[in-house]
Ligand binder design. Structure first.
Ligand SMILES: Cc1ncc(COP(=O)(O)O)c(C=O)c1O
Length: 436
């Protein structure tokens, strides 16, 4: 073992029950492909691709080599007023695969930074157009947009705000798109798409369209439990944004890079945003990195209006050379192994396996698209989250990992998974959820 596993006190762990974890730790000391090895030497089948971020499987040597070479050759370049060719190459590579006119990319270090960057780009865009009064943002209930102050403010998961207050003022939330009327739907629900999107129109009518800068949504709400947009929903949001001069931001931190059966959600649903955030899967989780793509129009509006430094925003580690090298190597793997197509091909088999859990008494709803699915479990003794907490431990013992959000299992297998892995996943979920 490279590092001790018996003194865990001093790490203040994120989104974790620290005290319970330290009393009964779940440590991984190695990861390869679709499997991880625990500190006790057991194997865990990773059916959440880490946190939706390692679709090509863990610890890919091609990425390790690219990172290692870059760290020896040019470990760091100050990204303000200087650059490293790898960043420009990565931006070109992304331009080639992103939908619509999304042709310019700003680099960050995480999804949260990408969201806050996207919101700031939206504000600057409107100022560049002489519309600095457009400072309201529209988000959605049950959305997740990371944990920084902008993202926390526009997101709509209650627990993520509870201890920190409301965040930015002037944020409005549309209704979420989950409905009790349509349970166990595979793909997009049929009902209420236009009606729910019209919440944005109501905000325009109530607050004045010219006070709203941007509407941000996850095309498929991921962390909250995989909520597919009802038919017509995203198109209607696009229409309202266009009619009212509002920027549409798609947070594709989970949906990007093949997760839902096409390269990006924009391709799958035929609606492209003005700004798109990315992070997970960009480097196949080898190095932290995020990105924000903007259309030609957004980029040129800001460039043309501003002399000198066009945007007073950036991170010490924006476009870090090692992260760029990791991302280029990851994109090579996705392309060379045809992994986005492989994910799309595996989708039916995966969704069949997930929807086969429908008969379990504890399962109250299932949703899914591509290689992404959410399984709701009934709350235990009326205490939301207790069942999910128990499931994390029980799945650990069963040797299968998925992400639990509250009482919902979020499942996102690596694209390199074989049918036998999907079978084992279904068996493991059935063994655990069947006991409840
Ligand atoms: C849609 C979405 N946006 C933003 C984030 C935040 O990303 P990060 O955890 O890399 O900051 C996440 C993370 O799950 C996400 O799902």
């Amino acid at each position: 073992m490279r590092y001790p596993t018996n003194d865990l006190e001093h790490f203040f762990m994120p989104f974790t029950a620290n005290k319970a974890f330290k009393a009964n730790p779940r440590l991984m000391v190695a990861s390869k492909g679709v499997e991880c090895t625990t500190h006790e030497g057991r194997t865990i089948l990773d059916m959440s691709s880490g946190l939706f971020c390692a679709p090509a499987g863990h610890s890919r040597p091609e990425i390790a080599d690219a990172v290692s070479e870059m760290l020896r050759e040019c470990a760091y370049v100050a990204p303000f007023q200087h650059g490293q060719p790898a960043a420009f190459e990565l931006a070109r590579r992304l331009k080639a695969i992103m939908p619509g006119e999304l042709n310019y990319t700003f680099f960050t270090n995480s999804g949260s930074e990408s969201v806050d960057t996207a919101l700031k780009i939206a504000l600057q865009y409107h100022r560049a157009k002489g519309q600095g009064q457009r400072i309201r943002f529209v988000g959605r209930e049950r959305a997740y947009h990371g944990v920084n102050f902008g993202g926390m403010s526009v997101q709509g998961m209650v627990k993520n705000k509870e201890a920190f207050g409301p965040g930015l003022v002037g944020v409005l939330h549309m209704r979420h798109t989950w409905s009790e009327d349509e349970l166990f739907v595979r793909g997009q629900p049929e009902k209420n798409g236009v009606e729910l999107a019209n919440d944005l129109q109501r905000f325009c009518d109530l607050h004045g369209a010219d006070t709203i800068g941007a509407c941000i949504v996850e095309p498929v709400a991921g962390s909250t439990g995989v909520l597919c947009p009802p038919k017509g929903y995203l198109n209607r949001l696009r229409e309202i944004c266009d009619a009212n001069g509002i920027l549409l931001i798609f947070d594709e931190v989970i949906t990007g890079f093949g997760r839902i059966g096409g390269k990006f959600a924009g391709d799958v649903f035929g609606v492209t945003p003005d700004i798109m955030t990315m992070a997970k899967a960009l480097t196949n989780a080898a190095i932290p990195m995020g990105a924000v793509a903007v259309t030609d129009h957004v980029y040129k509006t800001i460039m043309d209006a501003t002399p000198g430094v066009e945007m007073f925003h950036g991170y010490t580690y924006s476009a870090h050379p090692a992260a760029c090298a990791a991302a280029i190597a990851a994109l090579d793997i996705y392309e060379n192994e045809g992994l986005f197509a492989k994910a799309a091909e595996l989708s039916d088999y995966f969704l069949d396996a997930i929807f086969s859990l429908k008969d379990l008494p504890v399962v109250t709803d299932i949703r899914g698209i591509g290689l992404l699915a959410g399984v709701d479990l009934a709350a235990k003794d009326g205490t939301p989250g207790a069942r999910g907490g128990q499931a994390v431990q029980d799945l650990w013992e069963e040797g299968v990992m998925v992400k639990m959000t509250g009482d919902t299992a979020c499942i996102a297998p690596p694209f390199i998974s074989e049918k036998s892995h999907i079978d084992r996943m279904a068996e493991g979920l059935r063994n655990v959820f069947g006991k409840y």
